[in-house]
Design a protein around this ligand. Structure first.
Ligand code: ADP
Length: 498
């Protein structure tokens, strides 16, 4: 593998990115600290060097003053100081080279460490007391201190110098030590940072592996997070909730497919059987008509089923495409009741319209009419002959409520929460014995479709009550304009279908 891909892989890895980020921070801190330590040490070493030179100048200066005063004549004092420099002062200040000038004349001098020898020429001295400078003497970089003295009216200049080699040596050693320490610390922080990041991210890798193992066949599996209380635990819980939702909808999808196939198979099998029986042997014209009629009924049922399945599939794929407009719900009720009266006629059921005030809603009239027909169809389908179905409309706090109340067999309490589920029927056989109407034999899709339509209109469809005395379904829709008028006396008459 070449270097570039390795580096790219490292940069892509969160572990490495975290480690490198922490190393960068540590590197800045360490380098800044090392620089601070180095400059402090350099300052201390230079100050120490200068202090040594100052004390050397002080001692030599005091000796000069003393000798000049002691011996009465400058010449005698100067001779004495020349002797002192190479004896006593050589011992006291072995490292420093010293020279004493009287104006430009060299009075006395001594060598320092590494044979540092000062020039016999008096350095230019600026006015003032003590002066320091860094100079190269011979080939040796040195620190030089100069002091002026006035004794018996005679001007002396005392010069002391010390090689900077020791200081440089100490600084070089310090630089090497700091470089080594900083490098080791950075390497250590790379290792520690990587190990910490790896440890922190290990649960993520385990979770990713666990998620990777989940497929359509084992959606019930869940991810385990080592510590449910931390951020990764939270992530795991979020994943698990997502899996639960997926699992549920996958199960529903499977159930839907199974139910749909079952419902589609029945009319197909019946049609096939009717055709086979009719073609079995030569039949009379009446028998062929009967067979064809059965086949037509089953095909109609099949077409209705396919239409309903399509409606549900479209709704699932993104809701209904509402052809929304302002329409009168009371007028839609009248139209739907007209359709329903045809359904109710065979069972001599009365469709009675109660209060029916003018109610304007923003809706798709076709879809709303479908909802009312589904409710009327069910009311007729599940009611005994010669009973009454009441339909009424009223305004409630900016909404309108449409009630469809029948005197039918009712819905058992246990089934009441499930009647809006797709393909749910209280009794598989009941719809057949009570007689098919608009939907023929029920497939358990009427109420789910009605509910989807009402929800798409931001309304609700509920079963208000149900007992052996009958059931009441209620559609609640937001009013477009809350302008209700008194019920029309003519409309409140019962529609008798017989
Ligand atoms: P179906 O096409 O079977 O009528 P629905 O979804 O419209 O399907 O209704 C689901 C089930 O709810 C029906 O099979 C029936 O058992 C029950 N049901 C619906 N409306 C009524 C009603 N008015 N009275 C009694 N049972 C009802």
């Amino acid at each position: 593998m070449t270097k570039a891909p390795v580096f790219t892989t490292m940069i892509k890895s969160i572990r490495w990115r975290l480690a490198l980020a922490s190393v960068s921070v540590w590197a800045v801190i360490l380098v800044a600290s090392a620089a601070a330590v180095y400059s402090w040490a350099e300052h201390q070493l230079r100050a120490q060097l200068d202090r040594g030179l100052i004390s050397c100048l002080q001692v030599v200066g005091q000796s000069l003053t003393h000798e000049v005063q002691e011996h009465g004549s400058p010449a005698a004092g100067e001779k004495q100081i020349a002797d002192l420099l190479v004896t006593l002062h050589q011992q006291s200040f072995p490292r420093q080279a010293v020279a004493v000038f009287q104006d430009a004349r060299l009075v006395a001098k001594k060598k320092g460490d590494s044979d540092l020898t000062l020039d016999p020429v008096a350095p230019p001295v600026a006015p003032g007391g003590l002066q320091f400078a860094s100079r190269v003497i011979g080939r040796t970089p040195a620190r030089v201190a100069i002091r002026r003295l006035q004794e018996e009216g005679i001007r002396y200049t005392v010069v002391a110098a010390e090689p900077e080699a020791n200081l440089e040596l100490a600084l070089t050693s310090l630089r090497s030590a700091l470089l080594l320490l900083v490098s080791l610390a950075i390497l250590l922080s790379v290792g520690v940072g990587y190990a910490l990041a790896r440890g922190a991210l290990r649960p993520v890798i385990h979770m990713a592996e666990a998620v990777d193992r989940i497929h359509a066949g084992n959606l019930s599996q869940r991810i385990e997070s080592p510590n449910p209380g931390d951020e990764l635990g939270h992530l795991g819980a979020v994943f698990n909730r997502l899996l639960s939702r997926l699992d549920r909808s996958f199960e529903q999808e499977k159930q839907f497919m199974a139910d749909a196939s079952h419902e589609l198979r029945t009319p197909l099998s019946v049609s096939l059987l009717a055709a086979q029986v009719a073609l079995d042997r030569p039949r009379s014209g009446e028998e062929y008509r009967e067979a064809l009629s059965t086949i037509r009924n089953q095909l109609e049922r099949l077409a209705r089923l396919v239409r309903n399945l399509l409606t549900l599939a479209r709704s699932d794929a993104g809701g209904f495409q509402l052809q929304g407009s302002l329409c009168r719900l009371d007028e839609l009720v009248l139209e739907a009741v007209h359709t329903g009266s045809v359904l109710a006629r065979p069972k001599e059921i009365r469709l009675r319209i109660g209060d029916l005030p003018e109610a304007q809603v923003s809706a798709d009239p076709e879809l709303l009419r479908q909802v009312i027909v589904i409710l009327l169809d069910n009311a007729v389908k599940y009611s005994p002959s010669c009973t009454t179905v009441n339909i009424s409309l009223r305004e409630v706090a900016g909404s309108c409520e449409l009630d469809v109340q029948d005197q039918g067999c009712g819905i058992p309490r246990a089934a009441q929460t499930r009647i809006f589920d797709r393909f749910f029927r209280v009794e598989q056989s009941r719809s057949r014995t009570t007689g098919g109407t608009v939907a023929g034999e029920g497939a358990g899709l009427g109420l789910p479709i009605a509910q989807l339509i009402v929800r798409a209109h931001e309304g609700t469809l509920t079963l208000v009550e149900s007992s052996t005395a009958g059931s009441t379904f209620r559609v609640r829709l937001p009013l477009a304009t809350p302008t209700f008028q008194r019920p029309n006396a003519e409309r409140s008459k019962p529609v008798r279908v017989s």
